[in-house]
Design a protein around this ligand. Structure first.
Ligand code: PLP
Length: 452
């Protein structure tokens, strides 16, 4: 039998080997990758010793893992992992804390409370707000939207906890044409069907057009966006939020990555006025470079969040105590705050601002390199997102495919206002100027080969 310390040392050694090779390997495995054949052997009847299982896993990761942490992965808005985030989450893995209730772990409770407070401070949201960790921005969107729904109904005298949602006074939902699929899914899970949602037209950068804002009557749930997943542009909060009737409106912001623009002095103007909302969703596992699964919901009214998320009297702790399971959907939960706390303690305010600014500059550099070579950049780069197009849809798709096969870097495709585009997101904190230059070269090379 291998002991726990020996296994841990073997795992660390395998992880270090992986890290040492992550910049030299192709970014995504080739399409014909051969994962170890043993992965689906008859383990359930014939289990292996732990050290052999670990070795098999290490072999599988070497050939099958996507190098999202090596500086040249630009897909989706997938962040890498800060070194201290990896180290601290490895340590936290040994602790195996359940952060649901403070009584379950003193250290998890302290770090949860501290990291949550730091996030409200860093994002310059109203000081009375409470932040709480969850699995990702989709869950954070759901939590904020449910909280808003329940609070709006409370304001018109309908207690959803006892009377339910069916038969309740109607709520008008307003969101942009460019709302992220995650926000729409969250609305659907909260009981709002797509036919019930008013979609406001957006401009060339994907921002809601304030001049097209609809008149609504009665309780209104507004879902806006900080950081369009394609362009990085944010809705014009300053032009919309001050004009809403706050007595009958709840504004939720999907700011999965874009909200972090707040921490960079030269980027924050892109989200001006966002602090006037009632709830916000963001991610730790994207731009903050925390490990998965890490989202954050922030609510201006802690009581509203608590009313929506508290389960039964049996678990209500003393009012003075912060109880994570009553600030979100999950009961048992990983202590997600541990790596977040460690990242923030290591970078500080300025270091975090520098991370955001640096990745934005790298995105600009990518756009410049591509444009110099005749590539069409579809929207002005304001944050870390670049949209590139290579003549027509077919060529664009072919370039994306060729770049993915080449392996120097990885970018995905998207459809922007009816046109196919390559989406490049600079979210990994380890990306360098050299990474941008060799990646831009790889893209241009692929395009030239196809054009010939
Ligand atoms: C990524 C993203 C989401 C979903 O976040 P998950 O953490 O993947 O659940 C929602 N909204 C926007 C704008 C995003 O970029």
């Amino acid at each position: 039998m291998t002991t726990k310390p020996a296994l841990m040392e073997a795992a660390t050694a395998a992880a270090v080997r992986y890290i040492n090779g992550e910049r030299d390997s192709r970014v995504a495995p080739s399409a014909d990758v051969e994962l170890p054949k043993q992965l689906d052997d008859n383990f359930l009847e014939e289990p292996w010793p732990a050290e052999a299982v670990l070795q098999l896993l290490a072999d599988a990761g070497d050939v099958g893992a996507t190098r999202t942490t090596g500086g040249r992965y630009f897909g989706f808005v997938t962040g890498g992992i800060e070194p201290i985030a990896l180290a601290s989450s490895t340590l936290a893995g040994a602790w195996d804390q359940n952060a649901g209730l403070p009584v379950m772990s003193s250290v998890a409770a302290k770090l949860d409370e501290t990291a949550a407070r730091w996030i409200v401070d860093l994002l310059e949201l109203p000081s009375e707000s409470v932040a709480s960790f969850c699995a990702g921005a989709t869950v954070a969107n759901l939590t904020g939207i449910i909280t808003g729904r329940d609070a709006l109904l409370d304001r018109v005298g309908w207690d959803i906890r006892t009377r339910g949602f069916a038969g309740s006074p109607p709520i008008t939902v307003v969101t942009g044409d460019e709302a992220h699929a995650s926000a729409l899914k969250a609305l659907q899970l909260a009981g709002f069907g797509s036919d019930q949602i008013l979609r406001v037209p957006t401009d060339d950068c994907g921002r809601v057009r304030a001049d097209a804002w609809p008149e609504t009557a009665g309780p209104t749930l507004v879902v806006l966006q900080a950081g369009n997943v394609n362009t990085g542009h944010s809705d014009p909060f300053e032009a919309i939020l001050p004009n809403l009737d706050r007595d009958r409106t709840w504004v939720h912001i999907d700011g999965a990555f874009g909200l972090w623009a707040k921490v960079a002095p030269d980027r924050r103007q892109t989200v001006n006025g966002v602090e006037a909302a009632h709830s916000w969703a963001t991610d730790g596992h994207k731009w903050l470079n925390a490990p998965y699964d890490c989202g954050v919901v922030i609510c201006r009214d802690p009581d509203a969040l608590g009313r929506a998320m508290t389960m039964s009297a049996a678990y209500v702790a003393s009012a003075a105590e912060r109880v994570p399971m009553n600030l979100g959907i999950q009961m048992s939960q990983a202590a997600r705050a541990i790596p977040v706390w460690a990242i923030l303690a290591t970078l500080g305010r300025d270091g975090l601002g520098a991370l955001v600014e640096r990745t934005c500059r790298l995105a600009e550099r990518m756009a410049e390199r591509l444009a110099e070579n005749g590539v069409e950049v579809l929207a002005p780069v304001v944050l870390n997102q670049v949209l590139a197009r290579f003549g027509d849809d077919l060529t664009t798709d072919s370039v994306i495919d060729a770049v993915q096969r080449d392996g120097t870097c990885w970018m995905g495709g998207t459809v922007w206002r009816g046109r196919h585009a390559m989406r490049i997101s600079v979210s990994d904190s380890s990306t360098t100027e050299h990474d941008i230059d060799v990646s831009a070269d790889a893209v241009v090379r692929a395009w030239r080969a196809i054009a010939r």
